[in-house]
Design a protein around this ligand. Sequence first.
Ligand code: AMP
Length: 352
Amino acid sequence: MSATSSSAGISRNPKDYRIATIGSHTALQILKGARDEGVPNLVICRKGSERPYISYGVADEILFVDDWSQWDSVIEPELIKRNAINIPHGSFISYMGPEKVKTMKSMYYGTKEILEWESDRTMEREWLLDAKLLLPRVFEKPEDIDSPVIVKFHGAGGGFGYFVVRTPEQFYEVKNRKYPDENDYTIQEYIVGVPLYIHYFYSPITKELEIMSFDKRYESNADSIGRIKAEDQLAAKIHTSYTVVGNVPVVVRESMLPELFEMGERVVKASQKLPGIGKGLFGPFCLETIVTRKLQIYVFEISARIVAGTNPFIEGSPYTALKYKEPMSTGRRLARDIKQAIESGRLHDILG
Ligand code: AMP
């Protein structure tokens, strides 16, 4: 549904709309951001997951669902009735699935076509190379492995099951022993450095690219394995895993900022030239990088939406404190984009 066919017509009053999302991931931040900008909000919860939204008092309304398969029959008619604008986040996409998102009839913030480009590793790589970013090498087949690599299984939830090896023999030894039936994987050059997740926001209303904040993930057991000496790790056969447990705020060397801005800008520009992409990338997005000791920035992934690493900054980050007079989270920045689009009659510019 578009705003023009809604019960509120083409209202320019933000109070005639609702910012809606699914209760998980970054929903607390999104709901609070909507409220801070004076736009009513709504959260969709599977029964049993509503407690945080009640306890923290950030939701104007909670819609309950037994199962996500009820989206079409139960949820969507209610969303349409309320003129709700859906905000996608990581859990939103994984519960709905990209196909469902594409055919969704209620309003959706963002470019739906981008989902295909970021979920297909080959297409994602093409886009990021077009943006002139530095990417880890990809090895076509295990026989090509000639340096340390990280092996990633597709659909591996939160990095579980990834392993690091440095020869074809080691690859087959681990793969055949632990994952004999898994054949959908990527072999990527292992970059030695520190992880840095860059949180951008590009507004189609102001046409400005902002850096909102940075984080690194807190991963089990990668972030604790160094507490055991190497020979004990080997003796106990402890392997590294990357299950995300939380996020830790980071500020970067100030001298890196110009390059980081340019990287984000190139990603947005390159997205606008992708075939069949409509409006290109806008709203919040994140480049997931490893920074080496020589300060080379390798991008291993892009998330074309709000990421959970923005959650430490509900009261704003050091960077948004420089730019805004009020605490500006990514969730609030999103709500402001929506509000400005509604008030200026440009809602169509932010809907996918
Ligand atoms: P992902 O599931 O792709 O977000 O990656 C999970 C974890 O693996 C993160 O902690 C990354 O820091 C790490 N990682 C992913 N790709 C690479 C790479 N090419 N080199 C080094 N570490 C990586």
